[in-house]
Ligand binder design. Structure first.
Ligand code: GRF
Length: 194
C-alpha cells in the first residue's frame, strides 16, 4: 500500500508514521504534502528520501475547490492508496473527501466525540475532565466526525496546562497513529485502544 501524508507544521506525527513503515509493514510512504512551504516536516520527509510537495492555500483565497483541485493533481501523480492527515490544518470539503471515503485517516487531539475542532486541551481542562487523549478516525465530510479507528487515553494531572496536556497527548499520538495505520493498511478496522 502507498501512503500519502498531509502536514502543515513540524510533522512529528508524519515522522512517527514514516519511521514505522518498515519491514513487514504492508505500507510505504509515497508523498508528504504540506499547505505551508515553511513546514518543518518537509525537511524531515526529504531527509528520509520521501517525495514532498507544497500546495500553498493562500493564492487560492477562499476558493476551496481550486485549492483542492491542486491537491488532487499532486495525489494523481503520487497515486496513493491511503491518505493520512497529520497535523494538517486546512478544512477539506465533501468534494475532496468523498472520493477518499474509507481510505482517508486523521488524528485529532481529543477523545472524540468530545471536543471536535480546535483548542481541545484547554476545553478538556475547562470541563474538569479526569482523562483526555487522542483519536484516529476515518475522514468524512463532517469535521472530526468519522468512524473511530483508535484512541489513546491519559489522566489529566492537577496543575496541567493546555501546553503540558498537549505535550503528553502528542506522545500518545505518536504511538496510536502508527498502530492504527498498520492495522488499517492490512485491511483490519478493529479499533486500537491504548
Ligand atoms: C499537534 O497539535 C497534534 O496534536 C495535532 O497536530 C499538531 C501538530 O502535529 N494532531 P505534528 O507535529 O505536525 O504532527
Amino acid at each position: 500500500k502507498r501512503v500519502a501524508i498531509f502536514i502543515s507544521g513540524g510533522g512529528s506525527n508524519m515522522v512517527s508514521l514514516v519511521d514505522d513503515m518498515t519491514g513487514d509493514h504492508p505500507a510505504r510512504p509515497c508523498l508528504v504534502l504540506s499547505n505551508n512551504a515553511d513546514a518543518g516536516g518537509l525537511a524531515k520527509a526529504a531527509a528520509r528520501g520521501i517525495p514532498t510537495a507544497v500546495v500553498d492555500h493562500r493564492p487560492f483565497g477562499g476558493d476551496r475547490e481550486a485549492f483542492q483541485a491542486a491537491l488532487r493533481a499532486e495525489l494523481d501523480k503520487a497515486a496513493p492508496d491511503i491518505l493520512c492527515l497529520a497535523g494538517f490544518m486546512r478544512v477539506l470539503t465533501a468534494s475532496f473527501v468523498t472520493p477518499w471515503r474509507g481510505r482517508m485517516l486523521n488524528i485529532h487531539p481529543s477523545l472524540l466525540p468530545k471536543y471536535r475542532g480546535l483548542h481541545t486541551h484547554a476545553r478538556a481542562l475547562e470541563a474538569g475532565d479526569a482523562e483526555h487523549g487522542c483519536t484516529v478516525h476515518e475522514v468524512t465530510p463532517e469535521l472530526d466526525e468519522g468512524p473511530i479507528l483508535g484512541q489513546a487515553r491519559i489522566a489529566v494531572n492537577p496543575g496541567d496546562t493546555p501546553d503540558s496536556l498537549a505535550a503528553r497527548v502528542l506522545v500518545q499520538e505518536h504511538r496510536l497513529y502508527p498502530a492504527v495505520l498498520r492495522r488499517f493498511a492490512a485491511g483490519d478496522r478493529t479499533p486500537v485502544a491504548l
